[in-house]
Design a binder for this molecule. Structure first.
Ligand code: SF4
Length: 285
């Protein structure tokens, strides 16, 4: 079912210094509770990025032409920054915003069927305040979880090119560096996200095995980071020794795309299982 309609809203203003590569004067990203943090500043810069000409043209074209069901929306039409608290212990990495989902609402996985599945599962395992995500002002909160993607702009046919993935990687690397004092577990949705995320983890300071581990649903890969300072008080679950202080455990999970969820390749139970296991490793449950 498509997300409920919301009244058209004017795009808010963004500080002029927000973007290193502005496509045009950019609006502020949706509030995420991190607006005064370094991560909030990063979100502002992401939202103003215009580095990929093909994706800039596509996201703006979609925002202009719209889907009939959302004709009364003012589409976001810009890069969609990560969503969730700056001290998240669990990170979920997707692929890229959907043309009429995140690209419309301005928040990760918000307003599309993939998000319906993801947020329902997060709510079911106690990591979200509500099971639905329809707009930036719907009141949704995530508990210790942040959601991001290796490509922040909606791509045609949901397929970014390798060049666009690589161009966007520095944003993910910066996000990981800002999260690493608290980050303990990561769920990567799908093979594209997996291939994009592992190099970003390496660049952000974690030790990634070589050859890089292949993506599979349910796979778990510990990434040590022995050079990172230990979180005050240590991990809540006392497992600092498993990956070393500052280490993270990365989980593979099939993407919550309709192709996977409609066919039963990824069931709600499978998704809940990965999320709850990762939340346990992160010390959230
Ligand atoms: S995909 Fe990433 S690098 Fe490319 S324009 Fe969007 S935010 Fe910028």
């Amino acid at each position: 079912m498509d997300a409920p309609k919301a009244p058209a809203r004017p795009a808010p203003a963004l500080p002029a210094s927000a973007s290193p590569t502005p496509a045009s004067p950019a609006p502020a990203p949706p509030a995420s509770g991190a607006s005064r943090s370094a991560l909030g500043e990063l979100d502002l810069r992401v939202a103003g990025c215009g580095a990929c000409a093909r994706l800039v043209a596509w996201r703006e074209e979609v925002a202009r032409t719209k889907r009939a069901a959302f004709a009364d929306w003012t589409y976001w039409g810009r890069p969609v920054p990560g969503f969730g608290p700056p001290d998240a212990r669990l990170l979920i990495v997707g692929l890229a915003p959907a043309a009429h989902g995140g690209n419309r609402t301005g928040r990760m996985f918000t307003g599309d069927r993939s998000g319906d599945v993801l947020y329902q599962a997060l709510y079911d395992v106690g990591l979200a305040s509500q099971p639905t995500a329809v707009s930036v002002d719907d009141g949704l909160e995530l508990y210790g979880v942040r959601i991001t993607s290796p490509v922040h702009c909606a791509p045609p046919a949901n397929r970014p090119t390798p060049g666009e993935r690589d161009t966007c990687r520095p944003w993910l690397v910066q996000e990981l560096r800002l999260l690493r004092p608290t980050l303990r577990a990561v769920v990567v949705l799908g093979a594209f996200g997996w291939q994009a995320a592992l190099p970003a983890f390496a660049e952000a300071g974690w030790t990634v095995p070589r050859p890089r581990p292949a993506f599979a649903h349910g796979t778990r890969v510990p990434l040590p980071a022995p050079d990172l300072p230990r979180e005050p008080g240590g991990r809540k679950d006392g497992l600092d020794g498993a990956e070393g202080p500052g280490g993270v455990e990365v989980f593979g999970c099939f993407h919550v795309s309709q192709r996977n969820t409609f066919t039963g390749r990824l069931t709600p139970a499978m998704l809940r299982e990965v999320l709850s296991t990762a939340a346990g490793v992160a010390g959230l449950t």
